[in-house]
Ligand binder design. Structure first.
Ligand code: NAP
Length: 471
């Protein structure tokens, strides 16, 4: 069992209130975290604001690189911590640690890259012999609030770019998965991160998260999580920068000309990886009528290969969802769909927080399962007449995060890229495909269109200063 404390500028808090974290699979205690208070939150903000001694680019890059090397050497331990608190299958937890290593590598490299621009000013009749230069300066205090579904990588995607930019950051991880976040902070301090550049706080929402969001001297809130909480933050944060990465309801469109094997692989991987708990998981499969029957038959067959069970077991491909209430919710939306005429072809069995990967066919277009975000291993199939019908249906929900289109027709691919109202369109790939430094993020209810990914996030965690000189 892991025993950790919230950290104010690197120092453990003194309180006595404990948060107990249990395995979603068997309820065993994974660890405890000592909670922070309002006073600790205020102390963390004060420490960030008082920090002046920003490390050089070389030093920041070294801190990120040393953290990467340390994580490499402890990757199995970190993966097991993720599995024990999140219930994700070990193969998924190992994959997540690998992605985090990439985030650290790219952040270390980007730190070394100069980010300025130069403008000659003698370029117009109104100009004169001067030059304008830009340089990026750190923020004084940023706040990051992260969800449970990628408990390490979501944290790295906020803390890494903040450090790369020289910005002190206060992290509020999910209370469902705080252990790996606190262990990650320890790696950063050991690698030489000045303690005032990072605090990690768990505690009552009003005393920690809400106080951080509303505080007038916090200059940025970077939030990844659900739409309702994201919109509440937008309404209460006041005058500060906001990066909101919210829910998704991503379609995988499969057209008649698709490579069927590829389409089945993408549908299964997109729907079931990470127990279906990715913001960019495939949440609606829109299949053209001509191939729908054969696609469905093959997806059912493939789904049987996704062994669901004890997440620590090497043979397991799909672990639990985050907790039993979430599994019960998923069961409920499946039942509603069935009552409306859909058919469960495989899966749908629930044991505690385990829900076996489920293929549901003939799903009506207005079912809650496909209109709202379902965060679990569900593969709802909806038939579409043609590309036009698919694009209209894909665009019909409130979300706009990502999408995938399986087709061998270039015209169809280009039309989909132009027409889909979302942050990303991946042709012949799952909606979730990305690399850790490419721009990532959604529009509509999925976000404000301000992207993350290491390079874009570094822009968010800094201000551009413009200066000019006679030349
Ligand atoms: P959530 O319930 O919105 O929680 C996210 C974080 O917000 C947690 O740390 C939570 O703290 C905190 N929080 C709760 N109430 C708050 C408040 N009033 N003010 C400030 N912070 C508050 O989301 P989740 O269930 O953990 O994560 C799943 C959701 O995240 C899904 O909708 C998924 O699509 C989305 N997501 C989006 C992306 C993306 O990049 N677009 C990526 C991953 C996940 P507590 O844990 O203490 O409640």
């Amino acid at each position: 069992m892991i025993q950790l404390r919230s950290l104010v500028a690197g120092s453990p808090v003194a309180g006595t209130d404990l948060l107990t974290i249990r395995s979603p699979f068997d309820g065993s205690v994974s660890g405890t975290v000592t909670l922070a208070t309002r006073a600790d939150t205020e102390a963390a903000i004060a420490a960030a604001l008082a920090f002046r001694d920003t490390p050089t680019r070389y030093q920041r890059s070294e801190i990120l690189e040393k953290t990467r090397v340390a994580l490499e050497s402890r990757r199995e331990e970190f993966a097991r911590t993720i599995t024990s608190e999140a219930g994700l299958a070990l193969r998924e937890a190992r994959y997540e640690v690998g992605r985090t290593i990439d985030v650290l590598r790219f952040a270390a490299l980007e730190t070394l890259r100069d980010d300025g621009q130069i403008f000659s000013c003698d370029i117009s009749a109104q100009g004169k012999a001067r030059k304008i230069f830009t340089t990026r300066e750190p923020l004084r205090c940023a706040v990051a609030i992260t969800p449970f579904n990628h408990p390490l990588n979501q944290v790295a995607h906020k803390v890494g770019p903040a450090i790369a930019s020289g910005t002190p950051i206060i992290l509020k991880p999910s209370e469902k998965t705080p252990l790996v976040a606190l262990k990650f902070a320890e790696l950063l301090y050991s690698a030489g991160l000045p303690p005032a550049m990072l605090s990690v706080l768990l505690g009552p929402t009003a005393e920690v998260a809400e106080l951080l969001v509303k505080h007038p001297e916090v200059e940025l809130v970077a939030f990844t999580g659900s739409v309702p909480v994201g919109k509440k933050i937008a309404a209460t944060a006041g005058y500060k920068k906001l990066v909101l990465e919210l829910g998704g309801n991503d379609p995988l469109i499969v057209l008649d000309d698709a490579n069927l094997d590829l389409a089945v692989t993408l549908a299964a991987e997109g729907s079931y990886r990470n127990s279906g708990q990715r913001c960019t998981a495939v949440k609606r499969i829109l299949v053209q009528e001509g191939i729908a029957a054969e696609f469905t038959r093959r997806l059912v067959e493939r789904t049987r290969e996704y062994v669901c069970g004890d997440p620590m077991n090497e043979a397991t491909k799909v672990g639990t969802v985050i907790d039993e209430p979430n599994a019960v919710y998923l069961e409920t939306v499946v039942r509603e769909a069935v009552a409306a005429g859909a058919k469960v072809l495989v899966g749908g069995e629930r044991r505690g927080a385990l829900l076996s990967p489920t293929v549901i066919a003939d799903v009506p277009r207005d079912c809650r399962m496909v209109v709202c975000e379902s965060f679990g291993p569900l593969a709802p199939i909806l038939r579409v007449r043609d590309l036009e019908d698919a694009l209209t249906l894909a665009n019909s929900t409130a979300y706009g995060l990502s999408s995938g289109v399986v087709t061998n027709n270039l015209e169809s691919a280009l039309k989909a890229i132009r027409t889909l109202r979302c942050g990303t369109v991946n042709i012949n790939e799952v909606p979730g495909f990305r690399v850790e430094n490419s721009p990532f993020g959604g529009i509509k209810d999925s976000g404000l269109g301000i992207k993350e990914g290491v390079i874009e996030a570094m822009k968010a965690y800094s201000y551009v200063k413009t200066f000019s000189l006679p030349w």
